[in-house]
Design a protein around this ligand. Sequence first.
Ligand code: HMG
Ligand code: MG
Length: 293
Amino acid sequence: MSERVTVYEVGPRDGLQNEPSLVATGDKIALIDLLSDTGLTRIEATSFVSPKWVPRMADAAAVMAGIRRAPGVRYAALTPNLKGFEAAKAAGADEVAIFASASEGFSRQNINCTIAESLERFAPVAAAALDAGLHLRGYVSCVVECPYEGAVAPEAVASVTDALLGMGCYEVSLGDTIGRGTPEAIDRLLARLTATIEPARLAGHFHDTDGNALANVEVALGHGLRTFDSAIGGLGGCPYAPGARGNVSTVPLVQMLAAGGWEAGLDLTALRRAEAFMSDRVATAPKLVRTAP
Ligand code: HMG
Ligand code: MG
């Protein structure tokens, strides 16, 4: 029997937070509903962040209110602070994610504080989430390279990852935010992290700027990671990571996993339906063309 891998769909959040085209709230809801019929069990639907910082996520509450809740699917949202957490809880998020950075420059640009300040800010969010019985996930951005500071040391990633796990995150997703990670760099990073952290508590979140994301997934599988974030159609980027491309695209990821004998439990036809739906609605469509069959 083939071994199970979880694909964590982040397209509706990471994919659309920086999308140049204005995607209607109804279309976001329709996309999430289509994704809910693909076998995915985890979908990051939106983020409850400041609408001044990320205008594309200003409709978070309306998105959460409009989606159909499929049984067995966990709908997650990013929450940068208690204000965001309270809104996510009120909107019925099953899971919230706190998101830190391994580099000071990105932390400052993305969430307007130092790494240490961010961890102080996340501690009460984590406590409130666990208290409310919600699943709590963590992210560490810039695990390989920072758009403002260059190379990031694995030790810095380990320290922030430990802090997030210590707050009760069931898993920390490792963000190659600008997609510059080579398989060699990911190998070095994971050799360090898995020396002290169980691989089951780590996920890979590889943006695909340099076309290395699938190779990086292969490397991470070799280190025992079994959860990978992806975005339908390879949508996305971060408004505070200039030049970053989308996440690894869901359909090619699932195809690669299947070819390697991994079981993701996903319906490729249904995923392609969701991909086709989005390709008509976003300016980043050229990237979608590449993902067909
Ligand atoms: P700040 O300006 O320092 O916050 O931003 P503040 O506490 O001083 O508040 C300023 C204003 O924002 C106030 O409103 C607050 O009420 C409001 P005003 O009084 O001026 O009208 N505000 C909020 N409104 C709605 N929801 C909230 C919220 N919080 C404050 N939650 C803050 C600090 C963290 C809020 C801001 O920097 C922010 O929202 N940043 C989010 C940036 C973001 O979403 N980036 C993309 C996601 S991370 C990512 O993509 C990386 C990842 O994919 C992994 C990877 O690839 O590496 C996860
Ligand atoms: Mg990302």
